[in-house]
Ligand binder design. Structure first.
Ligand code: ZN
Length: 277
């Protein structure tokens, strides 16, 4: 089973690939660019991307990119909309060059325009992004905690946004903390999340962000916590990790570690909960 974590690419992509196995990770996530900005981005280093890609094959690793948080695919602001679409197109090119299986983007925030507008606007944005997308990589929509005007916090909303797009191009990344905070991943019975039983969701589920939660069930806030130390706790994390329907999906930790090395202990904890030796 694949369990990994979010890693910095500050030292170049090949260095990140080499770092992952040292932490016990057999998959990893990275930011495609500065997570808080759009401008002043370094151009893609194709040689590094190619070297990293080859190393990943040698070391048997998988990776995903994570798009910047400023991207808003549901915005009515035309300038931000175009910036977002353009940024995401480039992220897919970066991800594909690096041999990643997907690039994750959060569902958008329509502000006062509301849910129906937000779903339509996201479909418009995704259509533009996928129209130019390289083959062999998924755009992965991440469910939100439903904070502020965020959409994509229920199963129905996620399916509605994704519905027009082919399964080969558009997938989902399920963040366990967001789902818990959104009130769709029940602490009493996490396996009862209806998405896990629905082929139209499960067939698109290509990545899981495994995070515990600083805030209680249904609190509608995006606040990650270390594995087993939050409101979800070991039992709930364990029941997700051991769900037979999820064994082929890579799990990526985004827990709030103080430094990257601490992910080694987080991954060990997950392996213990999984029951591996
Ligand atoms: Zn996440």
């Amino acid at each position: 089973m694949r369990i990994g974590c979010h890693l910095s690419v500050a030292k170049g992509y090949p260095a990140t690939v080499r770092e992952a196995p040292k932490l016990g990770a057999n998959c990893f996530q990275y930011f495609t660019k500065n997570p808080r900005g759009f401008r002043g981005q370094k151009p893609l280093n194709r040689d590094e991307a190619q070297l990293g890609r080859e190393l990943m094959q040698t070391l048997d690793l998988m990776s995903i990119g994570h798009a910047p948080y400023l991207i808003n695919l549901a915005t009515a602001d035309q300038e931000l909309f175009e910036l977002s679409v353009d940024a995401l197109k480039k992220d897919l090119i970066i991800g594909q060059a690096r041999g990643s299986h997907g690039v994750v983007v959060h569902c958008g925030k329509p502000k006062s325009e509301g849910l129906d507008y937000g779903i339509e606007r996201m479909r418009e944005a995704i259509g533009l992004v996928l129209g130019d997308a390289p083959a062999g990589i998924h755009l992965l929509l991440e469910n939100t905690a439903g904070q502020g005007s965020e959409i994509g916090y229920t199963l129905e909303q996620l399916l509605a946004i994704a519905e027009p797009f082919p399964i080969e191009q558009l997938g989902f990344c399920l963040d366990t903390q967001h789902a818990f905070a959104a009130g769709i991943l029940d602490p009493g019975d996490p396996q009862s999340f209806s998405g896990f039983a629905r082929p139209d969701f499960l067939s698109r589920l290509k990545a899981i962000h495994l995070n515990d939660s600083k805030v209680p069930f249904g609190a509608r806030k995006d606040r990650h916590q270390l594995i087993g130390q939050g409101e979800m706790g070991d039992g709930m994390i364990q029941s997700i990790l051991t769900d037979p329907r999820l064994q082929a999906i890579p799990f990526y930790l985004e827990t709030p570690v103080e430094n990257q090395d601490q992910y080694a202990a987080e991954i060990v904890r997950c392996r213990q909960l999984l029951g591996a030796p």
